[in-house]
Design a protein around this ligand. Structure first.
Ligand SMILES: [Zn+2]
Length: 326
């Protein structure tokens, strides 16, 4: 389904079957010479059909279109190499691109595994996650050449100028696009209206929650009239949403601190089981393993933020991290 948002901005509703995110809002911005497609969907047939159908409905050729990926996640990057034309350029932040390329590196994946084991995830759950986690299985199947972009890079399409605003947090190199003149903002997964973006831990971003909250404040200072977000509801009141997200994480931090206080010492797994989650599962034990994986990353980012603020300490024993009150 295609919606026309402005004279030259269109959204394409791309389904993400079987995923709690439900859909991706991909954006096509028409330019005078070249168009820009922002994000693509999972590398799976249902996503592919929707995006190629949407582009045909708008009437653009992929060969006249470049692709900008707001961040490295497979629901954004999955189809980029396979739907692009021979002349299309694929853009991603240099920071995310570096990590994205590591997804093919067994050493990096092993390091990631040992991190999730240190959170208290069992070997069995880890193996199951590898088979089922959409973050891993719907990545692009073929390699491609990507052009790295940085904060301040401008896409001058003739019809509008889109400025890259680096917003680390959801991923270390997440980028939003800002049309300063028309006060339009493409928020990617940095700000979502229907759900709160997942904040997880990254090897290269020690306090991802702290970075995320900083990035929210940075966007709050921009003059924005319309925001286009990547999942579920396309538009909403961005300032109100930023305030809600900041207070949401404040509450989550309190919850995580209370969990450690109550337990004396707590692993990431234990604290994750104490937090309230909005997914459809009766209790922590019944969480689908891929959702457990996201929940552990999210919990860890909150515990690490509390540690950064010197509210918690952590120790590592037999490869397992535990937190206690500082
Ligand atoms: Zn996403």
């Amino acid at each position: 389904m295609v919606s026309r948002l402005t004279d030259h901005v269109f959204s394409i509703d791309v389904p993400l079957p079987g995923n709690p995110l439900r859909n991706l809002n991909s954006f096509l911005i028409k330019g005078n010479c070249r168009n820009l497609l922002v994000d693509t969907g999972f590398n799976m047939p249902e996503s592919r059909e929707a995006i190629t159908g949407g582009l045909a409905e708008i009437g653009v050729e992929m060969n006249d279109t470049d692709i900008m990926l707001t961040h490295l996640h497979s629901d954004h990057t999955g189809l980029a190499p396979s739907i692009s034309g021979p002349d299309s350029k694929l853009f991603m932040s240099g920071i995310d691109l570096k990590i994205f390329k590591l997804f093919n590196d067994p050493g990096y994946l092993e390091e990631l595994d040992s991190i999730f084991l240190s959170f208290g995830l069992s070997e069995q759950e880890l193996l199951k996650n590898k088979r089922l986690n959409p973050a891993m299985i719907y990545l692009p199947e073929k390699d491609a050449e990507y052009t790295s972009i940085d904060d301040g890079h401008v896409f001058d399409l003739g019809t509008c100028r889109l400025e890259c605003i680096m917003t680390p947090g959801h991923t270390p190199g997440h980028i939003c696009l800002y049309d300063r003149e028309n006060k339009l903002f493409f928020s990617g997964d940095h700000i979502l209206f229907g759900i709160s973006p997942n904040i997880t831990s990254w090897i290269t971003l020690p306090d991802s929650l702290g970075s995320y909250l900083e990035s929210l404040k940075k966007v709050r200072d921009l003059e924005i009239e319309r925001t286009f977000s990547s999942h579920r509801q396309v538009e909403g009141d961005i300032k109100k949403r930023i305030d809600e997200l900041i207070s949401h994480h404040g509450e989550r931090l309190d919850e995580a601190e209370q969990s450690v206080r109550k337990r004396g010492t707590a692993t990431v797994y234990e604290t994750a089981s104490d937090l309230t989650w909005s997914i459809r599962a009766k209790n922590w034990d019944e969480f689908p393993v891929a959702q457990k994986w996201f929940a552990l990353g999210e919990t860890h980012s909150h515990l690490e933020n509390l540690k950064m603020k010197k509210i918690l300490n952590s120790t590592i024993k037999n490869g397992l991290i535990s937190y206690s009150i500082a």
